[in-house]
Design a protein around this ligand. Structure first.
Ligand code: GLN
Length: 436
């Protein structure tokens, strides 16, 4: 039950936005949760200054289910503001550092959760993915991370980014934790109409017998990731699994379609933060109605949130729906059909998780917004289709972790979970050296 002093670790890694000492609580296990999942005992800010001071009066369903199962919520983990980012560098509360190299990113947007899973003993963390925010940081921090089928886990108490995309999932340094905690947080919830009546997790998980490797996914990845991926393909073959290379050309439209859908939905969701209802409320009340909102939102939203409000408001403008949002919805449908064709013959799709190892902060600063969006080209396809996907640690380059991603058809998480446990048996994990 003893875990390290979270406050000291917090100062060093900035992975928690708020935390308490979990020592000797009598609980059965310790967990943390991304800062966009509400909890009655901590501020919940979704990484945004605009929500500073917001103390929700209720728990998100995923958090209450973890508590009911004997969990102690140790803290809320740092993240990109409202989930907008790939490196957790867009947080309003400091930037979590990668435990393998403090000059590099933890990944995002669930960067704090991945860092906590990597450095704390016996720790499981709840993350949220909209376009890859569980698997990306899992891969950069060398841990296991699973994002389930959309609708598997209730979104009640989740601060929305993109309502048709957001999924709550699990990160841990141990594969068996994914299999243990994902079923705990899953299930239809009367309080979330988008949660589904769903097939239960089977007692015995099905094993993957054949995987498809997407040709387009291994174009444009770095040399070290490619080399590691080739080794992973050999390892998968040696596990007796058939590997076939397939082409999925439509995947190239996933990234642009995602950024239309996600920003459109985000821009409507952010309208509720106006300095009147949640969090910060210190605006000048003598101002006119519109001026009050404008000055307040200008002051407390970060740059990336503002960029997404502009993008999303543009794509939703009257007369533009067919040109952008509806077209993006059609692209989403054709991507789903393409995956379904592949799943007719294969149990899973396998690709690298990220095209490169975690970048240094100076490299991130030199990237344009478009470069950053493009870095998600591997993680967006399974997210836009609502399909379950998982990153497993697959090796190291210059001491930095590399991840391997598996995607399965809707409701087939058991394939992924059995793979994670099988993979772990022969993978030598190198733990980060933590000095606190
Ligand atoms: N990097 C993607 C984005 O910025 C995905 C983030 C997420 O899944 N929350 O939208």
């Amino acid at each position: 039950m003893k875990i390290q002093d979270l406050k000291t670790i917090n100062e060093r890694y900035e992975m928690f936005t708020s935390c308490s000492d979990a020592t000797e609580t009598g609980c059965e296990f310790v967990f943390s949760a991304k800062d966009n999942l509400t909890s009655y005992d901590f501020e919940t800010c979704a990484g945004s200054r605009i929500l500073e001071g917001y103390r929700p009066p209720f728990d998100a369903t995923a958090i209450s289910k973890m508590r009911e199962a004997g969990g102690f919520l140790a803290g809320k983990t740092n993240m990109d503001e409202f989930g907008f980012g790939t490196f957790s560098a867009n947080s309003g509360f400091g930037i979590p550092k990668n435990p393998y190299d403090l000059n590099r990113s933890c990944g995002g947007s669930s960067g704090g959760s991945a860092c906590a899973a990597a450095v704390l003993e016996d720790h499981v963390s709840l993350g949220v993915s909209t376009g890859g925010s569980i698997v990306c940081p899992a891969s950069f921090c060398g841990v296991y991370g699973i994002a389930p089928t959309y609708g598997r886990v209730s979104r009640y108490g989740l601060i929305d980014y993109g309502n048709s995309l957001d999924k709550v999932g699990v990160l841990s340094a141990k594969a068996e934790d994914l299999a243990k905690y994902l079923p705990i947080i899953s299930g239809k919830d009367q309080r979330d109409p988008t949660s589904c009546v769903q097939p239960d997790f089977p007692k015995e998980f099905s094993k993957i017998k054949s995987v498809a490797v997407v040709n387009e996914a291994i174009e444009g990845i770095s040399k070290d990731v490619k080399q590691n991926f080739d080794e992973s393909v050999e390892k998968i073959r040696s596990m007796g699994i058939d590997v076939e290379f397939v082409s999925m050309p439509v995947l190239k439209y996933a990234m642009p379609a995602y950024y239309i859908l996600a920003t459109s939905e985000a821009s409507t969701n952010l309208a509720r933060y106006c300095g009147m209802r949640y969090g910060q409320q210190d605006g000048d009340l003598t101002l006119k109605f519109d001026d009050y909102f404008t000055s307040f939102r200008s002051q407390y939203f970060g740059d990336e949130a503002k960029r997404r409000i502009l993008l999303g408001t543009f794509t939703r403008m009257v007369g533009y729906a067919d040109r952008y949002y509806n077209k993006a919805l059609r692209v989403r449908q054709s991507i789903i059909s393409e995956y379904k064709k592949v799943f007719a013959d294969h149990d899973a799709v396998m690709t690298p998780t990220m095209p490169f190892i975690s970048p240094r902060f100076d490299e991130i600063q030199a990237m344009s917004s478009l470069d950053i969006y493009k870095a998600d080209f591997l993680t967006i396809p399974p997210n836009i289709t609502g399909m379950p996907h998982m990153s497993v640690p697959s090796g190291y380059s210059d001491g930095m972790p590399i991840g391997l991603m598996f995607t399965s058809d809707h409701w087939n998480e058991d394939y992924l979970l059995s793979m994670a446990m099988e993979w772990e048996k022969s993978f030598d994990m190198i733990k980060p050296e933590v000095k606190v």
